[in-house]
Design a protein around this ligand. Structure first.
Ligand code: ATP
Length: 492
């Protein structure tokens, strides 16, 4: 109803050119038809395939007006007021003659009172027409609306199945409605039908499929990817402070009533030494909070969409908002928003877009940005208040190394109790988590080659043969530590 009122108001405000960006053409056309009937204007719909058709009264399509130039010429010549819906006209807006014809029609509004409504999934209005036009988008359905729709779907199923009722519980139903938010009513209904019609029940097992299907509907450009592979806190050794910090904020992130007075967490930056678990930690936030993990790939954003980088970033952020609650992992953030101006200012504008979004964001999209290279990090990004916290991820200490050995032995179905992890940890001084994992993997291979069980000897051999990054890159790591000392908090 809100959309109906808003669009009616725009039409009544005597704006000659209205732009509606929507994938829901049928719904928009139907709404416009009702509005036109209500205000007593004849209403016509045009498409390149069907030509011009009057839709408030049944008349045959006028095929001769199917060419874009002809239809605009026709509208310009008609003296009686009318509402003209042009569907998918966007490719023809590049033609100067169409721009001029639209402008002629707009200028003549006082005499003819024609309203032209352009309806497409995406419309870029030429500057010459901007002054005559209003841009509007359909609001997405509210939670109440979605809840009613899901109940209607359940009722339909019951009617078709001899009055049996759909099996569900209020919590799962609520979660389904949450998962559907951000979609148009048509798409949401299709997913709800899929969930109900396969087995007559809405269960927890439907939810991951809905989340994935929703992601596929929302994101078609490959900049944002849905990460199926998440982790748990128990998969990470160390990160004690980060784990505590996240646990304390979980309820607020979920918007629980009892903690409504606390600020919604925005996100964290994890900065530090390579291979020490930053990516793993990003995955674990999503896994532990039980929300989808979306990964924003800045590299693709730049390469694939040259010239459209900011628009694509905005689209990706919009998709992330539609997926909320979710974790948005921006991997190697410094790569996308470097400090140099060599790219014609694109990376500066991308940084601006990101910072504005972060500052204004109210949604439950929790950002985890990871970075290695402090040189490339713009100071604006690490200034206090941008992220809730910047955590420094250092090489694991002796105790944490023990845990990491245990985790990676367990991951390979080996019993850590059978190994002297303390001794392994001492031997692996200066190793990153990734290097510890690699030592376990290689030692296991050696044991296998000897047809033997993995023994301490294999592990210690591997450790001895490794020259860890902390030695190879000692200076760089020292520099990183110094930089981090008064700008970040340690993870452990
Ligand atoms: P980079 O900066 O190079 O991307 P990173 O800090 O993101 O590295 P990860 O990719 O998370 O590091 O680490 C690589 C792998 O090393 C992980 O998938 C995990 O198996 C192991 N690892 C690293 N740190 C830890 C840790 N603290 N606990 C358990 N495993 C770890």
């Amino acid at each position: 109803m809100k959309d109906y009122n808003d669009i009616e108001l725009v039409i009544k405000s005597r704006i000659p050119l209205i732009v509606i960006e929507s994938h829901e053409e049928i719904r928009v056309v139907d709404m416009l038809r009702q509005i036109a009937i209500n205000i007593g204007k004849p209403v016509f719909k045009w498409s390149i395939t069907e030509g011009l058709e009057r839709i408030d009264r049944k008349m045959a399509p006028q095929k001769h007006n199917s060419e874009p130039t002809d239809v605009l010429g026709h509208i310009k010549a008609v003296k009686n007021p009318g509402l003209y819906i042009l569907t998918d006209f966007h490719p023809y807006l590049d033609e100067p003659v169409h721009v001029r014809l639209l402008k002629d029609i707009a200028i003549a509004y006082e005499q003819t009172a024609h309203t032209i409504v352009l309806v497409s999934h995406q419309i870029k209005i030429p500057a010459e027409l901007a002054k005559f036009s209003a841009h509007t988008q359909l609001a997405l359905p509210t939670k109440d609306h979605l809840d009613r729709m899901v109940r209607d779907v359940a009722r339909e199923w019951a009617e078709e199945n001899r009055g049996q009722s759909v099996k569900t519980d209020p919590k799962t139903l609520g979660m389904l409605v949450n998962n559907l938010s951000g979609l148009t009513i048509r798409d949401a209904k299709r997913l709800a039908r899929n969930a109900v019609y396969d087995d007559g029940a809405i269960t927890q097992s439907d939810l991951p499929n809905i989340t994935k299907a929703k992601y596929n509907l929302l994101s078609q450009d490959g900049v944002l990817s849905f990460e199926y592979d998440t982790a748990r806190f128990s998969d990470i050794g160390g990160f004690i402070k980060l784990k505590r910090w996240l646990t304390e904020r979980r309820d607020v992130f979920y918007g629980k009533k009892e903690v409504q007075h606390l600020d919604t967490p925005k996100g964290v930056m994890l900065l530090g030494v390579q291979g020490c678990g930053k990516s793993l930690a990003a995955k674990a936030v999503a896994g532990t909070w039980g929300v989808p993990l979306l990964r924003l790939d800045f590299g693709t954003l730049y390469n694939k969409f040259h010239g459209e980088t900011e628009r694509n970033l905005r689209e990706s952020l919009k998709t992330a908002e539609a997926m909320m609650p979710c974790v948005l992992w921006i991997d190697e953030i410094e790569k996308g928003i470097g400090t140099s101006d060599s790219d014609g200012g694109t990376s500066r504008r991308v940084l601006g877009t990101l910072l504005t979004w972060m500052a204004e964001k109210k949604s439950a999209v929790f950002i985890v940005a990871t970075a290695n290279d402090i040189e490339a990090l713009p100071p604006e990004l690490v200034r206090k208040g941008r992220f809730d916290e910047i955590f420094f991820v250092d090489l694991p200490d002796e105790r944490v190394r023990e845990t990491i050995f245990s985790i990676h032995l367990k991951n390979r179905d080996l019993d850590p109790q059978k190994y002297d992890v303390k001794k392994l940890s001492t031997a692996a001084k200066g190793f990153s988590g990734a290097e510890i994992e690699q030592a376990v993997v290689s030692a296991y291979y050696s044991a296998h080659a000897q047809d033997a069980e993995l023994a301490m000897m294999h592990l210690l051999d591997e450790i001895r043969q490794t020259r860890p990054l902390s030695i190879v890159m000692a200076e760089k790591i020292d520099y990183l530590r110094n930089w981090a000392a008064d700008r970040t908090v340690p993870c452990d």
